[in-house]
Ligand binder design. Structure first.
Ligand SMILES: Cc1ncc(COP(=O)(O)O)c(C=O)c1O
Length: 426
């Protein structure tokens, strides 16, 4: 006989307290304190021009991160939004260009394109919840300059197909790895497939300094331009006051620099990355293995299980069952949630991106949508249902967070709850 559901007054399947997903399941401790205190004791908090006896914490972090990712260069910045804008500028995106981006991603991936003065074109996702390569190819026009491909919710996009499409159409490829730091695809680290890979170290990320970001690239010229743009475009050069060494080196940039305090926290956090990934991967596998073969319950397709960072287990159910399934799981003590509800605003889903759909801009003349350099008509087709496959796909999803510190008992109880609720609700 099946046990009474907790939502109907029965006993909870999961009796242990929920562990917060971020920061890295509360992994901020002594090493972060030690690193920060070291910087404070030096009394030098700026990453550039520091006393020679102290190697910059930011530079140390950049070197370690580049090595781990298998990339020639890394530039630390103050957020992933900054990283994305810098990457777009570095590869030459600007007025008149279209950039294709996932319809399921945090809105920043799209906002960065507008900030870089280009036109976002919103692309469907498929059952991987990442960019649908078929729709990507359909959305390419003579104005398309680049693609921002988002490894959403921790898992790798179909990089074989996306890289091939970008090559075929001569498009720049920028990877948004904000939610998938440490993930890989067929053994190659995410962020190294395209021209520039962008990372976030904001609070709700696998490793964090509260705020922070990074760009990685193998291309010397893109690295130069990233460096230039992130530091007002003039300061960093070997001879700051020298003539332009090549066309396109000198231009006005912004200040997206990372401070030594952030660099110190990131060095400590970087040291935790493998353990966090290992914890999430072990826990997710243990849960997923126990909930196979249940009627009405499927899973998000993962393009490469070994490369998934495993931050979430996303289950696929009939859309009419998503809400009752998630609510019953919550009552059992599992932190589960539906993904798409038309009536519930969520900045991760294009249909709620009012600022894009209504082409909102900070000043009245409407740049970049009204830019005379832009000859396309993509913004004329913006609407809250412009990517129906995406919203349909997301309406099937119920996600369970996988903090790295789940014990094997926690995992078994989560699996038990899923089985119990699925049997009664699906
Ligand atoms: C997929 C994705 N891209 C970009 C960002 C923006 O990152 P940041 O907050 O570091 O600018 C986020 C952060 O939430 C994200 O999830």
């Amino acid at each position: 006989m099946t046990e009474k559901l907790a939502i109907e007054g029965g006993p909870k399947a999961k009796t242990t307290p929920n562990i917060p997903m971020y920061p890295g399941g509360l992994e901020i401790g002594e090493e972060e304190k030690r690193q920060v205190l070291e910087v404070l004791e030096r009394k030098y908090l700026f990453r550039y021009y520091g006393p020679e006896q102290y190697p910059s914490k930011v530079a140390e972090f950049e070197q370690a991160f580049a090595k781990k990712m298998g990339s020639k260069h890394c530039l630390a910045v103050n957020s992933c939004t900054s990283a994305l804008i810098s990457a777009l500028v570095a590869v030459g995106v600007g007025p008149g260009d279209e950039v294709i981006v996932n319809g399921y991603t945090f809105f920043a991936s799209c906002a960065a394109i507008v900030a870089a003065k280009a036109i976002p074109v919103i692309c469907e996702i498929d059952d991987t919840l990442t960019m649908d390569p078929e729709d990507l190819e359909k959305k390419i026009t003579p104005h398309t300059k680049a693609v921002v491909c988002v490894h959403m919710r921790g898992a790798p996009s179909d990089m074989d197909r996306i890289v091939a499409i970008c090559k075929k159409h001569n498009l720049k490829l920028i990877e948004d790895v904000a939610q998938a730091c440490g993930g890989s695809y067929n053994g190659k680290m995410l962020g190294t497939f395209g021209d520039v890979g962008c990372f976030s170290f904001q609070y709700h990320k696998i490793i964090t300094a509260g705020e922070g970001g990074a760009c990685i690239t193998n291309d010397d010229k893109y690295y130069d331009r990233l460096m230039g743009y992130h530091d007002t475009a003039a300061c960093w050069r070997p001879d700051r006051f020298g003539d332009e060494r090549y066309e396109g080196e000198l231009f006005c940039g912004v200040n997206y620099r990372m401070s030594e305090l952030t660099g110190a926290v990131m060095l400590a956090q970087f040291g935790r990355l493998d353990k966090l990934l290992n914890g999430m991967r072990t826990a997710k596998k243990r849960i997923k293995d126990q909930v196979q073969g249940i009627k009405g319950l499927g899973f998000r397709r993962i393009t490469d299980e070994a490369g998934d960072t495993a931050i979430a287990l996303v289950m696929i159910v009939d859309p009419s069952k998503a809400k009752p399934f998630a609510e019953a799981l919550q009552a059992e003590g599992v932190s589960a949630g539906g993904v798409f509800d038309k009536g519930v605003p969520d900045w991760h889903i294009y249909s709620h991106w009012k600022h894009i759909i209504e082409k909102k801009t900070p000043t009245a003349e409407g740049c970049p949508y009204t830019c005379p350099h832009y000859k396309g008509d993509a913004p004329d087709h913006y609407s809250s249902d412009m990517c129906p496959k995406t919203t349909e796909m997301l309406s099937h999803c119920v996600a369970v967070d996988i903090p790295a510190q789940l014990t094997m008992d926690d995992c078994d109880m989560i699996a038990k709850a899923i089985r119990k609720v699925a049997e009664a609700v699906l």
